[in-house]
Design a protein around this ligand. Structure first.
Ligand SMILES: [Zn+2]
Length: 294
């Protein structure tokens, strides 16, 4: 597949942004609030976050649409606004993007489980993801990132859904935990199995995000590299979450500690690198200094 973003990755490491939700909470999004509503109610705050990541050196930002499937929005009675909220998410990110930078339409998990573990059928997931993808594509996303997926079947449903409505590249990242035997999702799928299946299903790039800290991510990238020749993407958390007495969540890795392991992630084979939970524009800026030499 030819795409300017994939072409850039052939010449140097391409930098994705860091966390969105925590940045919005810092702007006043209440705990339990719906981040995607801010795409229409507080658009300037969402754009401020995108602009901060672009200013820090991100090549790509992810839209504020992680939870914007109709399945997840239904918990807030917002399922009828799926297209509108996703369209707005992509538009805001595009309006924030300087020339030569990219917008990835973020597609997170539904939060529900497929049969037999849960009540849902694959067709429901495909319909839900397709509706989200239409909004993101029409709003101007340059690519999709299906992320934080814990069930390979759901990730494949999202990939199939997006490919049914758009020809844009689809990156897919699953969330793996580290075990003595390797890297597995909570559903028990190995990194190798996921990478191979997603590659066969037409992903433009595959990888891992969330759960793993930066010092654990290189091992996971090596496991993915052994299973696929596709470009790899890695977005590590800043360590593990810890709740402060006041209920706010902090992360165990300092910026300096996080950064120490980023070159290992690249050396392991990741051509796209960004941050996940606990990372901020300061992390992106520091990563740009060591990764992006133009
Ligand atoms: Zn995360």
């Amino acid at each position: 597949m030819s795409h300017p973003l994939l072409d850039r990755a052939a010449t140097r490491t391409v930098l994705f942004d860091g966390a969105m939700g925590t940045e919005l909470m810092a702007c006043g999004l209440p705990h339990g609030g719906v981040p995607e509503l801010w795409n229409v109610e507080r658009p300037e705050d969402v754009k401020d976050v995108h602009e901060a990541y672009f200013a820090a050196g991100a090549d790509v930002v992810s839209t504020n649409s992680f939870g914007a499937t109709p399945i997840k929005l239904a918990a807030h009675g917002l399922e009828a606004r799926t297209y509108e909220l996703n369209f707005a998410a992509a538009r805001l990110a595009r309006e924030s993007a300087p020339p030569g930078r990219f917008v990835a339409g973020s597609v997170g998990p539904t939060g529900k489980f497929l049969k037999p573990q849960g009540p849902c059928r694959e067709e429901e997931f495909v319909a839900a993801f397709a509706e989200q993808a239409r909004g993101l594509a029409d709003g101007g996303a340059h690519l999709f990132i299906v992320e934080t997926q814990y069930d390979l079947r759901e990730a494949l449903a999202a990939l199939a859904a997006i490919r049914s409505v758009s020809a844009l590249p689809v990156f897919v990242t699953m969330t793996f935990s580290a075990f003595p035997r390797g890297y597995f999702t909570i559903m028990g799928d190995s990194a190798a199995k996921a990478a191979a299946a997603l590659g066969r299903a037409g992903a433009a790039a595959v990888g891992a995000n969330c759960t793993l800290a930066s010092d654990q991510m290189a091992g996971c990238v090596r496991a993915l590299r052994a299973a696929t020749s596709l470009p790899l993407i890695a977005q590590a958390n800043a360590g593990q979450p810890v709740a402060a007495p006041d209920g706010t969540i902090g992360y165990t890795q300092t910026l300096e500690d996080y950064l120490r392991f980023v070159p290992d992630i690249v050396a392991a084979g990741a051509s796209f690198v960004g941050g996940c939970c606990g990372t901020t524009p300061a992390f992106t800026r520091a990563m740009a200094r060591i990764l992006v030499k133009e």
